[in-house]
Design a protein around this ligand. Structure first.
Ligand code: ZN
Length: 562
């Protein structure tokens, strides 16, 4: 046993040593402003771990981004959602840096992008420049920060990926973020795990009362338990200069001073990031909006951020057991907070049994399952769920109650619905929507085959057949039909669609395609007159907007310029 501990220690110190191969001082600060973070590496987000740093840009767009090292651009992508305007730079040392949510690219790159967008007649596009066509020098301006894509406020999303495309913690590369704040502890939970296990007289998760000590660390009330148990924690870290709740760098647990479990946010793969839903307490998040990290590895959790574990982080408590379990949370600068949990093994007469709602549908996660309910056919592929589960499924007319969003789905589940009771004219305007919290059917990408509609879902909830017969609306924002707009720098239109939402748009002036940028958060389409497509005095604008079921609106207006 001692031998094992020794070699494990040696093994992990070799791993730690490998970290020193990460080049220090190779990448300089990509911004000229102080690095204040609104998000850091590894923090828990919806369905993924955050893969980079979110650097605040003083509440505004347009900060210059400087190449942190020599390299060449290997990928440019513009999308309405996600990363918005994004850029990938490969460096000679094998690492790639990524920049997302840009306002625009530096001039030479912007020209290249525009040319491609005009060739494809599409604002959304992706390109992989070859032969080091677009090279950059360290310190050169490569773009300007923005708020494009799914960004919720002006910032730069910055990543460093290794040669295997794994995102890595940029702080490992010597990027300096002042941090003198100790990680914060929100709440701690005990989880009885084994079938007959219980803690604090219950077979279910229970929250522990935290008691703050004079030195800033915590203890909790004593936990009495029997059988296999584990613990969970809701914690976050803050860096200097901002109050954003960012992620902790390292969490480790120990019993009697010997390590049980360690999570370290230094790198992960995109293939594993969705397993975050297995690692965190999904049900607790959906019901309480707080992310609890389970400090143990359940089946079907392959996460590589768990770098050390003994018995998967569980502890088995016998009657008469008496010991302390500790959780230690550390940020990148070494600021640490600890929680000491005294545990005693105690047999209880009548512990509260585990919550288990039995239903008609028990799904084995290892095999595919087909279920028919009313007019709905459901197919749950193998490994869509992390464990065998009872699902509550009800169909009523056009609505399917497909369990509750308290269990994560890993792989797409297919839902088909027979719509043969609809008239042919209506059929083409139907879609499958997921009811949002306001009871509105939010469009889920729907395909049709005859009378059958099919969609794929990765969230439990209520799905319904919905019909959208209303075409999108278009409004001119900064011009009027028949008027002069010589001083306008842009042409702006507001495009909106109830129910199914906007699918595509295309604008021309005097028959020539004009590139319009779409911002789904403001519903604005913007053409920049600097593109120099509009050269005539009298200009006939034609804009066609189509929604997700094919309703289309054609907007036409004339404007004059000189
Ligand atoms: Zn980000």
């Amino acid at each position: 046993m001692k031998q094992y501990i020794l070699s494990a220690t040696l093994f992990f110190s070799i791993l730690a040593g490998a970290q020193q191969d990460v080049p220090q001082d190779y990448f300089s600060n990509p911004l000229e402003i102080p690095l204040i973070l609104s998000g850091n590496f590894g923090e828990l987000r919806s369905n993924h771990f955050h893969s980079g740093l979110d650097i605040k840009t003083q509440q505004k767009e347009g900060a210059t981004i400087l190449a942190p090292a020599d390299g060449y651009i290997t990928r440019l992508k513009v999308s309405h959602y996600g990363y918005g305007k994004a850029m990938y730079i490969q460096h000679p040392n094998g690492y790639t840096t990524v920049y997302a949510h840009l306002q625009r690219y530096a001039n030479a790159i912007e020209d290249y992008v525009k040319q491609k967008q005009y060739e494809k007649e599409s604002f959304e596009f992706e390109d992989f420049p070859e032969n080091k066509l677009l090279s950059v020098k360290k310190g050169e301006v490569i773009g300007y920060t923005g708020n494009s894509g799914s960004s919720g406020g002006p910032h730069l999303h910055f990543e460093i990926r290794d040669a295997a495309s794994r995102p890595m913690n940029p702080l490992l590369f010597g990027i300096e973020i002042p941090d003198t704040k100790v990680p914060l502890v929100n709440s701690v939970f005990v989880y009885p795990v084994g079938d007959s296990a219980y803690a604090n007289n219950s077979g279910n998760r229970s929250k522990l009362r935290l008691i703050k000590q004079k030195d800033g660390n915590y203890t909790t009330e004593k936990v009495s338990a029997l059988g296999k148990i584990g613990f969970g924690i809701s914690t976050y870290d803050q860096q200097n200069g901002a109050s954003n709740k960012n992620g902790a760098y390292q969490i480790k647990t120990a019993v009697n001073g010997s390590e049980k479990f360690k999570v370290l946010f230094e790198k992960f793969t995109f293939a594993e990031t969705r397993y975050l839903n297995r690692y965190m307490d999904y049900e607790y998040f959906e019901t309480n909006k707080s992310r609890v990290q389970k400090l143990f590895r359940q089946d079907n959790n392959p996460l590589s951020v768990i770098v050390n574990e003994d018995d998967n982080g569980y502890i088995t408590i016998e009657d008469g057991f008496s010991s302390d379990y500790t959780i230690e949370i550390t940020d990148y600068k070494g600021n640490t907070v600890s929680i000491t949990i005294p545990i005693e093994g105690k047999t209880e007469e009548n512990p509260e049994p585990k919550d288990l709602k039995e239903t008609d549908h028990f799904v084995y996660h290892k095999q595919g399952t087909a279920i028919t309910k009313g007019k709905f056919d459901i197919y749950i592929p193998a490994e869509s769920l992390y464990e065998n589960t009872y699902l509550a499924i009800e169909a009523k007319g056009d609505t399917l109650t497909f369990h509750e969003d308290i269990i994560p789905i890993h792989k797409n589940i297919t839902i088909s619905v027979d719509a043969s009771n609809y008239e042919a004219t209506d059929l083409s305007k139907l879609y499958i929507g997921r009811l949002n919290y306001r009871g509105q059917p939010y469009y889920n990408s729907t395909s049709r085959s005859g009378n059958k509609l099919t969609t794929r879902v990765r969230t439990f909830g209520t799905y319904t057949l919905a019909i959208d017969t209303t075409p999108p609306t278009v409004k001119a924002v900064n011009f009027d039909d028949g008027k002069w707009i010589s001083s306008n720098k842009t042409l702006e239109m507001k495009i909106e669609d109830d129910l199914s939402g906007i699918s595509s748009y295309r604008a021309t002036v005097n028959g020539k395609y004009i590139l319009t940028e779409y911002n789904y958060k403001t519903d604005l389409l913007t053409y920049d007159f600097d593109d120099d497509i509009v050269k005539d005095t009298e200009n006939n604008l034609k804009l066609i907007v189509v929604d997700n079921v094919g309703n289309s609106t054609t907007f036409e207006a004339t404007f004059f310029r000189k």
